[in-house]
Design a protein around this ligand. Sequence first.
Ligand code: ADA
Length: 575
Amino acid sequence: MIRAFTTHKIRRTEELSSCLWDFRTLSASGDAPSGPVPSPIKAAVPGCWEAYPETANYRGRAVYSRKFVTDTEANIRLVFKGVSHTAEIMVDGQRVCGHYNAYTPFDAVLPCLKPGEHTLDVIADNSFSSASALHVPNDYQSYGGISRGVMLELLEDVYICRIHFTPVCKSVQTNQWSGKVQVCLVNLSEKPFEGDIELHIEGQPHKILPVEIGPKETSVLSCDDLPCRNVCPWSPETPVLYYLNAVLRDKASMREVDDLTERIGFREVRIEGRDILLNGKKLLIKGFCRHEDHPQFGCAIPFSAMQYDLTLIKDLGGNSVRTSHYPNDELFLDLCDEQGILVWEENHARGLSDEQMSNPNFEKQCEDCIREMVDAHYNHPSIYIWGILNECASHTELGRMCYKSQYELIRSMDRSRPVSSASCQFKTDICLDLPDVVSYNIYPKWYNDTPAAQYLAELYDWVQSSTDGRGKPFLITETGAGAVYGYRTPSRVKWSEEYQAQALEEQIRAVLAHKGCSGIYIWQFCDTRVCDDWFDKRPKTMNNKGIVDEYRRPKLAYEKVKELFRKLPQERTDV
Ligand code: ADA
């Protein structure tokens, strides 16, 4: 299952995942069999190789292979939703593309592939080296494998490669909306193409845009004022979604040659003073940071397990998820759209120092990740904010240059959402003038023993008095404490479930009572596996700050968080 809805009715598509592929491990370069699985075994795609006993701790290269059959000569597009973390794609022994980063989608278009049986090899590499600036030994696991879905598509010579829809709120009071639509088309052939594209949102009049596109060209068509009457706005309480359908027609034959359906929602995110407004209402975030992590599936979380996580988050009284620390599987975002869960989605980076940010690959890898994230996830109404560079060097001049250019890149692609970054530079951040929302990760009662309310007040007052972050909305993007599941003790020491529940109560009360805060994200939803190098700081080689453990079994803190989150109002009262 790739998405929660059908994206094409005209374009022929076939899912290549949701089945078993041949899998074997490879030497550090080339095709030589090596490592724990030198001869092929069957492995589930999507999946992580850590799910198999032989490769539970394998870091290196491996190849997944399968056949596919085409019945006519056709343009073929292979779409990979995520390969962890570096991919080389081969068709019939020829390299067709490569990609870095586990958490963003990519594709390869093969024009005029001959009919018959073809071999698809996906070489995945999860090793750490200076070539990889973002996947580094860290406080989460960089798994290996084809961790998200794979599609095969048959393309006509001209195809729709993406649609971006921006809802425009003309009046919140009278609920008047229109839409801006951008459609990107690609002509693979040597011939010019003429035709039209019909855009249609359910229940709305159709709109027809003429199309003229030269040989081998990519072209973006815009419609700036698509009328959208009597729509029901999207909100956490009423997550109403609409289908936006585009059909491409050839002028000469009047034949429908391609289509794409996207799912959209009508909501406006706006900053007003210290508030984040959703359709004019002040947001009060009660959220959870969530890694894509599961002891049985690694980062390749199956659909029903994703939904189980969201069920628990709702049960806990949560209204938001922070996709720490990378873009998430689109299927998860689809589920958030459907269930009114607000999403903070961020590019991939965690805790990188000045030195790590000086890696010559750093900027490009971050920017590729941003481009692929915003391009692919632009239409999700649940995403209300884009984040960048969690806890990186926002206290240094080099760091500041990176923050500045990455914010600029996001804003050049999407002006409809605010941007922010989760900082840990307590009173030393020099980037707070740059984002729309000031966000901090704080761990009073865990990494320091200052009372939570005092710690928060000092930080907030410093932001207001000494930085250009003053007057902006302020979010706590992480707070929490560790507890080893099942460890209960009358001494209530750190790592006990009792201590975690008590620390979280103090942290949550402090943040939600603070008039300047637009909300809180708890670190973290579930316990997660960390890289081996982190074993000495992390019992069980896990980050144990989950409210549930890795199998989603609730710790003592679960009921406390639920009680506090449910008791508090959904909406922020006046500052
Ligand atoms: C940081 C970081 C998280 C996690 C957390 C912790 O704030 O952003 O990824 O490492 O600390 O558990 O200490």
